[in-house]
Design a protein around this ligand. Structure first.
Ligand SMILES: CC(C)(COP(=O)(O)OP(=O)(O)OC[C@H]1O[C@@H](n2cnc3c(N)ncnc32)[C@H](O)[C@@H]1OP(=O)(O)O)[C@@H](O)C(=O)NCCC(=O)NCCS
Length: 181
């Protein structure tokens, strides 16, 4: 799949200061740094210090360059800086991380919509995600339902990271949002 398969990131919200666009070659370090900052600040409450310290395992910026080359990664850019990104494979949203200063402003929801759209390319069934424990509520808010617990399978080395495997039915609405309780 090529970068062109990612559907028009950010175009519908081009008036906003945070732009969504396909990741570019050379941004592997930015994705690496975003993941490190995101995990340390936003996931620390649900994982041990050892898990947080070892989260990246043997991953490097080059690992993220390989992911970018697959053409399904969308970044959020603010002030010329990458502040978040989402990545997908057919049928799965595989990574979604925001820098702490970018969280809580609706950006995660915007990136998730892009990730779901990318996961739908060449795939008709449900969309899955391996949600970190801190993010289960976020995904539930967007139509994902808990299937089982497990361990993150897209890392490289490091301690096992508990996740909640969640599934979003194919028939979920475009916004994927369930009614408020
Ligand atoms: C999870 C994450 C992507 C959410 O991004 P965000 O920008 O903070 O979320 P948003 O501001 O877009 O929130 C969208 C909605 O989800 C809700 N929400 C966000 N985080 C939530 C959580 N942890 N639990 C329950 N609801 C949550 C928001 O209240 C909001 O609801 P609303 O539509 O009623 O206003 C972000 O916090 C993050 O990067 N976390 C650390 C990395 C991580 O765990 N990523 C997931 C890996 S699978």
């Amino acid at each position: 799949m090529t970068a062109a398969a990612v559907p028009a990131p950010g175009v519908e919200r081009a008036d906003e200061p945070v732009l969504l666009r396909p990741a570019r070659p050379g941004e592997g370090a930015a994705l690496f740094d975003t993941t490190v900052q995101s995990v340390r600040a936003l996931a620390a409450g649900r994982y041990s210090p050892e898990q947080i310290a070892g989260w990246m395992g043997t991953r490097s910026p080059a690992y993220y360059e390989d992911i970018i080359a697959r053409g399904r990664t969308v970044v959020a850019e603010a002030g010329g800086e990458v502040v978040g990104f989402v990545d997908a494979e057919p049928g799965e949203v595989t990574r979604l991380f925001l820098k702490p200063g970018a969280a809580g402003q609706g950006l995660g929801a915007r990136l998730l919509a892009q990730g779901i759209a990318a996961a739908r390319q060449g795939h008709d069934g449900p969309i899955t995600v391996e949600a970190t424990l801190n993010a289960e509520g976020f995904y539930a808010r967007h139509g994902f339902v808990r299937v089982r617990t497990g361990f993150f399978s897209h890392g490289l080395g490091g301690d096992p990271i508990e996740v909640v495997v969640m599934e979003r039915p194919a028939e979920a609405g475009e916004q994927g949002q369930r009614p408020r309780p």
